[in-house]
Design a protein around this ligand. Structure first.
Ligand code: MD3
Ligand code: FE
Length: 201
């Protein structure tokens, strides 16, 4: 475990290949029930390059009216499927926080997808950390300070890496600069999946 800055812990290669494959099996089932959708930005309606889905009681969505957590998929209208045990286990093993997560956001990046710098502020429980698991192609992940203009640093995240953001790191700006396509054979179609486990309420 590496502490990158106060509240930001990196577990390099936390999951071996077979554990990653087991997670992907569970995710495929989730995505059959709750297909990836392409969110748009509030007001402008500009499409995200990342596609998303969720599992667990609550899911994060973005549309023309707002960013929010809700219990249903925006296109199917059905409840989000439950979090697979393999996902809940990650929280138990790495989050260091007793109360269970109530939301798991699934981000899918193809070779062109990016995520611009932003803060995660739609949760009510800021005492709980956010746990991120990277699967598939590597990426360049950027993290800065609590203000948009603060200096930032970039690190490479590879399949199987876990990041935990808590305490002072919980409100930092962060984003994904680029995907290094062709760096992993885990996913088909190829790309990167990032799971974020959260306590929204
Ligand atoms: C730091 N996802 O879904 S994960 C997001 O790789 C998001 O898909 C990126 O940013 C991805 O909101 C980065 C790392 C991450 C997630 C949530 C955070 C870092 C965070 C919340 C607070 C601080
Ligand atoms: Fe984020």
């Amino acid at each position: 475990m590496l502490t990158l800055k106060p509240g930001l812990r990196l577990y390099k290669s936390a999951l071996d290949r077979s554990a990653q494959e087991a997670l992907v099996v569970g995710l495929r089932e989730v995505l059959r029930e709750a297909p990836l959708f392409r969110p748009v930005m509030p007001r402008t309606g500009k499409a995200f390059s990342v596609r998303m889905s969720n599992c667990g009681p609550l899911g994060w969505v973005s549309d023309r009216s707002s960013y929010r957590y809700q219990t249903t998929h925006p296109e199917t209208g059905r409840n989000w499927p439950p979090m697979p045990d393999s996902i809940l286990r990650l929280w138990r093993d790495f989050a260091g926080h007793d109360a269970a997560p109530d939301a798991c956001l699934i981000n899918f990046y193809d070779a062109q997808a990016r995520m611009g710098p932003h803060q995660d502020r739609d949760e009510q429980d800021f005492a709980a950390p956010i746990l991120s698991l990277s699967l598939g192609d590597s990426c360049r992940f950027r993290h800065g300070g609590e203000k948009r203009g603060d200096p930032s640093e970039a690190i490479r995240l590879d399949s199987g890496d876990i990041l935990v953001f808590g305490g002072p790191a919980r409100k930092m700006f962060h984003g994904v600069d680029r995907i290094f396509s062709g760096t992993s054979t885990l996913l088909s179609p190829p790309g990167r999946i990032n799971l974020t486990l959260r306590r929204a309420r």
